[in-house]
Design a protein around this ligand. Structure first.
Ligand code: PLP
Length: 414
């Protein structure tokens, strides 16, 4: 037998073998925080995950069992890349009811919206194309755009969402430099990480600019159904205002369970076709079992029936966090006032670096995400993303008290 040379991993220059894309990949700073949060008594405002208290355990257990026992030939098999026909019909009907006329040919089921963001980025962007994102924006969305080697530029945001004047100015400048803007990525409802909602008039103006400067809008809307106040809830989706300009994404993660990894993209037919082709290369199809369960959860009315409870559940937590901030941080910090979703963005005194402060906060037993990682231009060092989704109202009050004491002590030292 010929002896093969015994090489170890240290003998191979893997870096040299990596693609340019892999060499430029960035870790998701929020996921990196997870091991730090393992302490059982930690009050965590860090992860933007839904509360396990909202999962319908019994119903999903029965639906899973039924999907395998009664429908296992489909649920346990490969399936069409776009998704199961009946589920595509349900989603198309839901999108139509929300004002975006849709057929199954517009829809692709994805393994979480995160996959939808990745696929949309792949089909739209060439290296160096410009993608405009809100300041701040969702880290996972920016990673997907970055992985397609897009050049990310930030658009200012205020309490009514993206500042359209800033967007217009950037579009003008970029067009005078002959730079191609392919897309604007926006989370118009109860944004992650800021909690703000894009005002109705700004939605119209954004569409006008998409027409004028010929770009597509990626509308990422996983929190659409988690609104706290009916009057603010039904802002027309961008996709309903102008379906031909919008790639719309939403998800079952926040209203059912993220473990199911089930979401969808609604796009113009040709774009949906290309996303389907990109998905073929990514995973052939999303889990048939998850699709079967979600199909029953939707068609039986389970998802719809539980929404009022889910809205009340998160509204109470949001209220508790806003009250605690008012009681502990009024006059020293500013914060957004969301009308839905999971997040509040706090801006503390200039000069305080919230990332630097985090280890001492964790020692005190409270965690948050430092805001800077949400800003593609690396500003926002004095901001904090707080998720109110995980902790009970009592723990929220306690945790905000601890965090604000830490901030006051830091300010006194500065
Ligand atoms: C704005 C936004 N988009 C997409 C996602 C990804 O969701 P999914 O679980 O459907 O992949 C999240 C998850 O937190 C999010 O906040």
């Amino acid at each position: 037998m010929i002896a093969l040379p015994h090489m170890s991993e240290t003998d191979v220059d893997y870096e040299d073998l990596m693609s340019i894309m892999a060499r430029s990949m960035r870790p998701n700073q929020i996921r990196r925080l997870t091991p730090l949060l393992a302490r059982g008594d930690m009050i965590s405002f860090a992860a933007g995950a839904p509360s396990p208290e909202t999962f319908p355990y019994e119903e999903l257990a029965e639906m899973s069992a039924r999907a395998i026992r009664d429908n296992g030939r489909i649920a346990l098999q490969y399936g069409p890349t776009r998704g199961q026909g009946k589920l595509l019909q349900e989603i198309a009907a839901y999108m139509t009811a929300r004002g975006t006329e849709s057929e199954p040919a517009h829809i692709v089921m994805t393994s979480g919206s995160q996959q939808g963001l990745d696929l949309a980025s792949r089909v739209l962007l060439d290296p160096g194309d410009i993608a405009l994102v809100e300041l701040p924006s969702y880290v996972g969305g920016m990673i997907a755009l970055h992985n397609s080697r897009a050049d990310l530029r930030g658009i200012a945001q205020d309490k009514d969402g993206m500042v359209i004047e800033d967007l217009e100015e950037k579009l003008k400048t970029l067009s005078s430099e002959r730079r191609r803007v392919k897309c604007v990525y926006t989370i118009p409802n109860f944004q992650n990480p800021s909690g703000v909602t894009l005002a109705a008039d700004r939605r119209h103006r954004l569409i006008e600019l998409a027409e004028k400067y010929d770009f597509l809008i990626i509308e990422d809307d996983p929190y659409a159904e988690i609104y706290f106040d009916d009057s603010s809830s039904r802002l027309t989706p961008l996709s309903a205002l102008c379906p031909s300009r919008v790639i719309y994404l939403s998800s079952f993660s926040k209203v059912l369970a993220p473990g199911l990894r089930m979401a969808w993209v609604r796009a113009p037919k040709l774009v949906a076709e290309r996303i389907e082709l990109a998905k073929e290369g990514a995973d052939l199809n999303s889990s048939q079992l998850d699709q079967s369960i979600v199909l029953e959860a939707v068609s039986s009315g389970l998802v719809q029936r539980r929404l009022p409870f889910i809205r009340r559940f998160y509204a109470a937590r949001c209220r508790a966090m806003l009250d605690a901030l008012t009681a502990n941080a009024a006059g020293t910090s500013r914060w957004t006032v969301p009308v839905g979703g999971f997040f509040i963005l706090v801006t503390v005194a200039d000069g305080i670096d919230t990332a630097e402060l985090l280890p001492s906060m964790i020692e005190r037993g409270v965690a948050y995400v430092p805001g800077q990682s949400f800003f593609c231009d690396y500003t926002g060092a004095n901001t904090i993303r707080l998720a109110f989704s995980k902790e009970s109202p009592e723990k929220i009050a306690e945790g905000i008290g601890i965090m604000c004491r830490g901030l006051r002590e830091r300010t006194a030292v500065a």
